[in-house]
Design a binder for this molecule. Sequence first.
Ligand code: ZN
Length: 282
Amino acid sequence: MRLASAMHNGRATYGIVVGDRLIDLGRSIGSQYPDLRSLLAAGPALLGQLREQDAGIPLDQVTFLPVIPNPDKIFCVGLNYRSHVAETGRTESEKPAIFIRFAASQIGHGEPMLRPKVSTDFDYEGELALVIGKRGRYIPRERALDYVAGYSCYNDGSLRDWQRHTHQWTPGKNFPATGSFGPWLVTADEIPDPTKLELTTRLNGQTVQSSSLDLLIFSIPEIIEYCSAWSELVPGDVIVTGTPGGVGFKRTPPLFMKPGDITEVEISGIGTLRNPIADEAV
Ligand code: ZN
């Protein structure tokens, strides 16, 4: 099942994507479950009863929002593919490098990713994101996938100069409208083994990153075990699992995103997240 959040006629809603239509759950059950996060918190049994309640809204009439517009937390994993660690000249660490994104830095599929006026070093990072479906603390890796509601595509757009002002990456990862998340999540029952997924990032149609998910240094269960040791995970939390080699700032010459460009992050079994690049209007 594909679940998405969207705007329609000025109203924020969410629903099931079937073909080229969005079955509008916000309209049918929004009084009980106001957003996708609250629906996921109700558990997967409810989802099975929800299919095909109405004809739906054509997808070309909605504006996609980030899959989870209002997560309690967004954890991102840095340096989680050897191909990316090598190109940055760093060494692998014993524990995953976790940094935080704010929800306000996110946009949905089709919306412009914004290059801020204080930087031109705007880089792409295609990644697999997962969404937590069940509250948990000290989750052992053996049971970690039971806590995943589903998977989506993510472009962890990064301002490289601001990322590297100091050893804290937070500024370069949190400019408004730099983290694209979508188009939808595919529920975990359809992806029993995420290591089988294939990730491709394209800039203006050219493949710039390509990797399979079995090449993660810290696996999804290990990341969930690690993060849940120091932070209680709750439904709707997002974990962005890291980017493979091929980022723009380590190329010669550097390949940065500029207004008019189109980025795509495609993951097998999930779909393609596509965004134009625009300058921030400030
Ligand atoms: Zn990243």
